[in-house]
Design a protein around this ligand. Structure first.
Ligand code: BGC
Length: 887
């Protein structure tokens, strides 16, 4: 048993030695607007500003700030903000919302902040910037255009426009939105390094546009703009079980573009998409986001996107209706090629077939250089498994594709037809896959070597914010696999798996959201995805189980155990960033959702949901897990109401939360023993983790849970809802060692069992011998990553002071060595130790402006500076603190 004791002793009395004794060095860094550095194309009329204080001495605080926003960078540098200038505000906040003159579209704003520390010393940040975009739909000048083909036409369309500029250009911006996917070119050069733009949304309600600085892509004289359009989720041509081919928005892809040029004389000119553009079918003869791409190099038109190309044979474009009323800025981290992988091995199976192994499972694309006779057809098949004979095995993931279409639309396969004019490099434009192995087969013998093929790990390019390294190799591998699955499933919205479905399954996403937020700067993706939620929500509050959706998922799988994303994700983002915007943006939606469940299930118990998906053996009643998620939503709603000063709602929903809790406990809890239902792992873990268990019974309920784990010889008997809860339920209630044994188990069923069998990502099912439902890249069992931060390193957010302004530090020293860090909005939090000669050398770093309460397991004693302290908990100010602990 592992109970924590909390004493409040100011750190100075303990005489801890500050890590840095040199003269204080203070800087302000990480200036961001809308959680992005120097963003272009911001539409929010009230953007948020954040910054970070870096300090070399312990105990540094921001006592006041002053912010300057203006259009003249020099004036801002000198301390004049023509658009907004706050007074010197006595406050420690490092996130404020713009409140100046009305921001104008297409305008670059500069900003900086002055800060004062606790001694009144002032410092100033460098000048940063943000630039507004369209701000309102009416500012678009272009027309939505397309070609005259219909939804069944397979080849992707090219578009081009030539124009002349003579005057001196000082800046140029391209604003482009597409229904479908696009690649934009100017004078033959691809613009930007994003992939799969615009991100997937509910296309008939909201489309995103992207802004590029193209000042240096234009040339004096003749210029050409080229656009290649792909289908994406908009014109879904594969036939699967999710009905995307029948999506209400489906149409031939279209786009709208404004190229806004500012000349040195101050005038502007906008080149727009309109009837003057020309179009032709491209060599990209088929593209499906779901299956693959087919490219015929014989159909290439060299120089199609450059000036002086002869487009006489090209067709006229047609005008199209704007696909949605809302066209808003894509203010988020884009999908990119984030990591390059080279094959770890290559096998030639015969003179026309090679198989490459990339060593780990990823989401992304392959890029291949091929040289062979004209018309040679090359198939590049991507999969997670191999058959015993060495060929790629797709049977674990290809079964939702209509088999009748497999002939012309094979799964996970790119098809290239060679032009026969020497070596050429191919890569899909509008598709990605989930894979580790690649089979390349050709209609004629080809020579291939490892150098000819690379793989790109693609995902939303969110910066890494967390890191865990332990002395346990298995845990390190589980941690890496969890992150790999999280990233493989982040493509502008969280997905379930990158190979089989690419669906925005809600349940998978809320389960993995803490793991994601500990490790990655994912706020912009979640903010966008919550807008997708708002787009999809029915007036009565109901949400679909996959988001975005074509309409599928309002019928199945959308109970509170899945669609609680609407409450859980905003709350988690708030905890990790201390930014309440996502809560206020979604407040009415959470409320509508909760009210709907309340109307349908006035007793407080709901049977709506899928229950503990992918279990081992024991089956927990759906009513128990779904009612607990319903409680979690109402509880979040009540807390949010209080936070947003909606007192009446706060009281109503706090009372409702209590009723639900009582209803669950009166039906399922044995008040004598602390057992829920049959006492299965999920039955005990879920109420414990989500705060249903009455205080006095927690220890008993956790003991029953620990016993079940022990009786299963430290194995899981839980599906995804149980696996989300079990490690925390044990650790937070005196059973951390049992949680640790479970987390480091390596026989079936366990996370370690996957790793032992070669996993580099998390799987969809514990049983690795299944023939179906065994994607090898699902993140829905991914809470273990968050648990390593919360329970091993012990870095926990405090909802009273979110964003890690105040940190609950509760490490557990079960490992001889541990390094756990999280780069919070205020800076790096570090909790690390090494065990040397039976002493634990424990180092903690708390960011400037933050404080922490360190509480240690009762049996650990602090031994510092030659003294022994019998306390187990101390308050820490910012800076570095070192402790010697005696276990
Ligand atoms: C998906 C899951 C999802 C589940 C819900 C599966 O097909 O891959 O991750 O949560 O269905 O039932």
């Amino acid at each position: 048993m592992n109970i924590r004791v909390v004493f409040k002793i100011p750190v100075l009395i303990l005489g801890l030695i500050p890590a840095y004794c040199s003269a204080q060095k203070l800087t302000v860094t990480q200036l961001q607007c809308e959680h992005l550095a120097h963003p272009l194309g911001i539409d929010n009329p009230f953007p948020r500003f954040t910054w970070r204080l870096e300090a070399s001495t312990n105990g540094t605080l921001q006592s006041a700030y002053q912010l300057f926003v203006g259009t003249d960078s020099l004036a801002v540098a000198k301390g004049t903000g023509t658009e907004w200038q706050t007074t010197k505000v006595s406050s420690a906040v490092q996130l404020i919302t713009y409140n100046g003159t009305t921001l104008q579209p297409f305008t670059k704003y500069y900003w900086r902040v002055s800060l004062w520390n606790q001694n009144g010393n002032a410092l100033s940040s460098a000048v940063s910037s943000f630039e507004t975009g369209m701000m309102q739909e009416k500012n678009w000048q272009g027309t939505w255009i397309s070609d005259s083909e219909n939804i069944h036409t397979k080849p992707a369309p090219y578009f081009r426009k030539q124009f002349e500029t003579i005057r001196k250009i000082v800046s140029a911006r391209a604003y482009i939105s597409a229904a479908g996917l696009y690649e934009l070119y100017i004078n033959g050069k691809r613009i930007g390094n994003h992939r799969l733009d615009p991100m997937y949304t509910r296309f008939d309600r909201r489309l995103l546009y992207i802004t590029y600085d193209v000042t240096h892509n234009l040339q004096s004289g003749q210029n050409a703009i080229g656009v290649l359009l792909g289908n994406g989720w908009y014109n879904f041509q594969s036939l699967g079980v999710w009905d995307f081919e029948r999506a209400p928005w489906r149409n031939r892809p279209a786009f709208c573009l404004d190229l806004r040029i500012t000349y040195s004389d101050g005038t502007t000119e906008t080149i727009t998409s309109d009837k003057s553009w020309k179009t032709a079918l491209s060599p990209l003869v088929y593209n499906s986001i779901y299956t693959g791409e087919h490219y015929d190099a014989r159909l290439e038109q060299s120089g199609w996107n450059t000036a002086n190309f002869d487009d006489k044979k090209w067709q006229s474009v047609i005008n199209r209706q704007a696909p949605a009323k809302i066209i808003s800025a894509q203010a988020m981290q884009p999908v990119r090629h984030v990591e390059k992988l080279v094959p770890v091995s290559q096998k030639q199976l015969n003179d026309t077939t090679y198989v490459f192994d990339f060593g780990r499972n990823i989401s992304g694309v392959t890029q291949i250089t091929l040289d062979g006779p004209e018309s040679t057809e090359v198939r590049v098949i991507h999969g997670e498994k191999l058959y015993p004979n060495g060929y790629v095995d797709l049977s674990n993931v290809d079964y939702f594709l209509n088999t009748a279409t497999q002939l012309y639309d094979p799964f996970a396969t790119d098809i290239y037809r060679l032009g026969g004019k020497g070596p050429q490099t191919f890569m899909p434009h509008f598709n990605y896959k989930g894979f580790q192995y690649v089979e390349v087969s050709s209609s004629k013998p080809l020579k291939l070597s490892k150098q000819d093929i690379t793989a790109w790990f693609m995902h939303s390019d969110v910066e890494q914010k967390g890191n865990i390294k332990t002395s346990n190799l298995l845990l390190n591998k589980i941690y890496a696999a969890t992150n790999a699955s999280y990233l493989s499933n982040l493509f502008g919205y969280p997905t379930d798996c990158p190979q089989r479905e690419k669906n925005g399954w809600t349940g998978d996403a809320h389960i993995a959201s803490e793991t994601g937020l500990y490790n990655y700067d994912a706020i912009t993706v979640y903010e966008k995805w919550m807008a997708d939620h708002r787009d999809e929500q029915q007036p009565n509050g109901v949400l679909p189980s996959i988001i975005p959706t074509d309409g599928w998922g309002y019928e199945w799988g959308n109970g509170p155990d899945w669609t609680s994303t609407i409450a859980i994700i905003p709350w988690n983002v708030y905890l990790f960033y201390g930014d309440s915007k996502i809560l206020s943006d979604n407040y009415e939606n959470i409320k509508r959702y909760v009210d709907h469940i309340n109307q349908l299930y006035p007793t407080g118990l709901t049977t709506w949901g899928l229950g503990d998906w992918a279990p081992v053996k024991s089956k927990t009643p759906v009513e128990l897990t779904s009612s607990v998620y319903y409680y979690a939503d109402v509880n979040i709603l009540a807390k949010t109401a209080a936070l947003l000063n909606k007192k009446e709602d706060a009281a109503i929903y706090a009372a409702l939360a209590n009723e639900i809790k009582n209803a669950i406990n009166s039906k399922y809890l044995n008040l004598e023993t602390g057992q829920y239902a049959e006492g299965f792992q999920t039955e005990q873990a879920v109420p414990l983790y989500w705060g249903i268990v009455p205080g006095e019974l927690k220890i008993k309920a956790a003991a029953i849970l620990a016993k079940s784990v022990e009786e299963n010889n430290y194995h899981l008997d839980a599906g995804i809802l149980g696996a989300k809860a079990i490690l925390g339920a044990l650790s937070d209630n005196g059973q951390a060692e049992t949680a640790y044994k479970l987390a480091t188990q390596d026989s079936f069923p366990s996370w370690g069992w996957w790793i032992k069998n070669g996993a580099t990502t998390l799987y969809e099912n514990w049983n690795i011998d299944l023939k179906r439902d065994l994607s090898l890249n699902h993140v829905m069992f991914g809470e273990i990553g968050a648990w390593m931060f919360k329970t091993l390193g012990g870095i926990k957010a405090d909802e009273a002071q979110p964003g890690f302004k105040h940190i609950k530090l509760e490490p557990n020293f079960m490992l001889p060595e541990m390094d756990c860090s999280h780069n919070s909005p205020f800076g790096y939090i570090h909790s690390s130790w090494k065990t040397e000669r039976k002493q634990i050398k424990y180092t903690v770093v708390i960011p400037p402006g933050c404080s922490a309460e360190l509480s240690l397991p009762a049996k650990i004693k602090i031994h510092n500076a030659g003294q022994r302290f019998n306390n187990s908990s101390i308050n820490l100010s910012s800076g570095t603190h070192q402790f010697t602990l005696i276990p």
